[in-house]
Design a protein around this ligand. Sequence first.
Ligand code: NAD
Length: 248
Amino acid sequence: SGRLSGKRCFVTAAGQGIGRAAALAMAAEGATVIATDKDAHKVGDLGARGITHVPLDVLDDAAVERVAREAGPIDVLFNCAGFVHQNNVLTCTDEEWDFGFALNVRAMWKVARAFIPGMLERKAGSIINMSSACSSVKGAPNRFLYGTTKAAVVGMTKSIATDYVTQGIRCNCLCPGTVDTPSLHERIAANAAAAGSVEAARAAFVARQAMGRLATPEEMAALVVYLAADESAFVTGQAIVIDGGWTL
Ligand code: NAD
């Protein structure tokens, strides 16, 4: 009898980082969880934790529709998949632009579209999108494309929330500061040469956090659980900043 008992939750990019922590936290609160990721091997071990796992590349429209059909009706969608490009208005390439919008924005639309009809039938659902504090909330250095796509996620979230506000479907998004996840380690490694060392690159990420530390994926998962649960029934259309004071 957890906070999510009786709820069926679907998570994209559940293989590592925030998506994985959220899938585990939702299962711990009694939810039935379907964890998906483009890399099947990253979700495979979740079966031992009672979580159904399915490979899904959210860029594949046909696969999104098929996996959603096979999943059946759900109560909660956590649209977590996204990629962090490090570029500025001058260095961003056409390929990066197309990929960033395809993954961070278009795929979110497609996954939501696949599940909303089932939510409408049951007049219930909570859609949780992954944005970032770097979005319409604030700018961050060298995050031109990322901030642009994550601002679009805020707009999409408010749009979905508006259209279904009287039909039992809520839609909110998370706007995190920097979270200690595997992809952050890749960004740190990519910045190591410019920063002088891996340690210096990591210190730069930590230094911009007001609390002097990074967030944990579990701290993000706690907000996902709240937005998934009925206790947040009056919360919709919100871009919730969870950034350790980055925007203070
Ligand atoms: P991550 O970047 O370390 O892992 C991402 C996961 O997504 C991987 O398991 C990968 O296999 C999967 N994935 C990539 N492309 C996919 C696709 N096309 N289809 C399905 N799965 C795919 O995880 P993270 O850092 O927790 O980031 C998750 C989300 O949180 C992203 O949307 C990211 O923009 C957002 N976010 C992260 C931070 C941060 O500091 N880490 C901050 C704010 C927002």
